[in-house]
Design a protein around this ligand. Structure first.
Ligand code: DGP
Length: 114
């Protein structure tokens, strides 16, 4: 897989507003926020999406949700609620083919999402 914009942010080539940087993931503010708080949690491993992961990635997949949980506390969203989204594939709205979890909060969300 070629380098995506997230790969270039992970390598430091492109700057981003980073909230977290661990051995296996980063969290950055979304450049085009869909909520007052909108953070992307991105594994450093360049998986294109959930569909590209395997059973070997399950610890990493769990870490993405664990990071979301911790960030939600740090950002004051845990008590009021927040939405986690993973778009998998273009028809689902995925525009960057590097797995990422959207953490959004600070407004009301409707369901179904449309
Ligand atoms: P998705 O559509 O699920 O693939 O989400 C991709 C998100 O990535 C979208 O909400 C906008 C965000 N994004 C795209 N390019 C950049 C960038 O260069 N920097 C940051 N911080 N976010 C970006």
């Amino acid at each position: 897989m070629g380098q995506t914009i997230f790969g270039r942010i992970i390598s430091g080539e492109i700057p981003a507003d980073k909230l977290l940087d661990t051995d296996d993931l980063i969290a950055i503010r979304d450049i085009n926020p869909q909520a007052p708080t909108h953070v992307l949690i991105i594994p450093k491993k360049p998986l294109a999406g959930v569909s590209s992961s395997t059973v070997k990635d399950e610890v990493l997949l769990g870490r993405l949700l664990g990071a979301a949980r911790e960030l939600a506390v740090q950002l004051g969203l845990d008590k009021v609620g927040y939405r986690l989204v993973i778009n998998n594939g273009e028809s689902a709205g995925q525009s960057v083919p590097h797995l990422h979890v959207h953490l959004m909060g600070g407004r009301e969300f409707s369901w179904p999402p449309g």
